[in-house]
Design a protein around this ligand. Structure first.
Ligand SMILES: NC(=O)c1ccc[n+]([C@@H]2O[C@H](COP(=O)([O-])OP(=O)(O)OC[C@H]3O[C@@H](n4cnc5c(N)ncnc54)[C@H](OP(=O)(O)O)[C@@H]3O)[C@@H](O)[C@H]2O)c1
Length: 261
């Protein structure tokens, strides 16, 4: 056991001064780079929780966010080919399309990515509102990953609203079916932004390579759930890749799946 006492800060201190160990966005892009020359999908999952494990504050993740978490959230989006999210989160958080600016788009293009990562929504029900921001506030069409059992009329309405619908399974949408559908489109650098139901599915199916977990410096209690939910436990050993801290107490941890025997 070791004491991890080499602090690395994300944000400037209260006087606006840079600490010598403050990380720049270039540092973050390098610390969180996907493995180079990926020939199969790499699934990174990103969550924020309270110290006592709550995944929401007042029903949304926004109340848990800190400046460091928001900065990392943006950097992780910039590095991804696609942002995958469960329909529960899209509904709860009124998801819109990812944003970019000219400089970021140019950096992405130089790195071999599209200018803007699409949002891919996983849903069994296809119960998404065609008038919601997912369809009306986006520069690229959202991708809807669903099964042949989804309601045809709903799917037709989502298609009319601009969605790219992909029936990835006959009945149950599994982790491998999601990854296969994305790989066909050349989308291998996957960023899953939750929520707990989708994370549970991906863990159940052994399809998670990495977890970036921010611990927000607050205790909440209450009835909020945790970051992964599935009917049965699925132990997945992970190795610690790094731990970063910010002056406000935020901890940013990166965990990578331990090599299989
Ligand atoms: N703290 C954080 O970092 C964070 C991150 C994300 C979300 N959240 C919070 O988490 C809450 C939402 O939780 P949630 O568990 O409902 O989120 P979720 O995982 O985003 O949504 C669950 C829904 O996703 C779809 N889904 C998931 N796995 C599927 C599969 N294998 N096949 C087909 N569809 C699948 C289903 O949609 P249908 O019902 O449409 O079939 C399911 O009901 C919200 O309050 C949100 O704010 C927090």
């Amino acid at each position: 056991m070791h004491r991890l006492d080499i602090a690395t800060y994300f944000t400037q201190n209260a006087d606006g001064e840079r600490s010598p160990s403050e990380l720049t966005d270039d540092d973050l892009r390098s610390l969180y780079g996907y493995p180079s020359s990926l020939d199969s999908p790499w699934v990174r999952v990103n969550f924020v929780s309270s110290i006592d494990g709550a995944v929401t504050a007042d029903g949304a993740s926004a109340g848990l966010g800190t400046p460091a978490d928001k900065r990392l959230f943006a950097v992780l989006r910039e590095l991804a080919d696609v942002i995958v999210v469960g329909a529960g989160t899209v509904r709860a958080e009124n998801y819109g399309g990812a944003r970019t600016d000219g400089v970021m788009a140019a950096r992405r293009t130089r790195a071999g990515l599209s200018a803007i990562p699409p949002i891919a929504v996983v849903t069994a029900s296809a119960a998404l509102d065609p008038e919601s921001r997912l369809f009306t506030d986006t520069e690229v069409p959202p991708l809807v990953l669903t099964s042949a059992a989804a309601d045809r009329d709903r799917l037709a309405r989502l298609r009319e609203a601009g969605a790219d619908i992909d029936i990835v399974a006959e009945h149950t949408v599994t982790g491998p079916a999601i990854l296969a559908a994305l790989a066909v489109r050349g989308l291998r650098r996957i960023l899953c932004e939750g929520g707990p139901g989708l994370f549970g599915t991906l863990l159940r199916d052994g399809t998670v390579d990495e977890l970036c977990l921010t611990t927000s410096p607050q205790l909440l209690a209450g009835g909020a759930g945790r970051i992964a939910v599935s009917p049965t436990a699925n132990p997945t050993p992970m190795s610690r890749a790094h731990i970063l801290g910010d002056a406000d107490g935020t901890l940013l941890t990166r965990w990578v799946r331990a090599p299989r025997d």
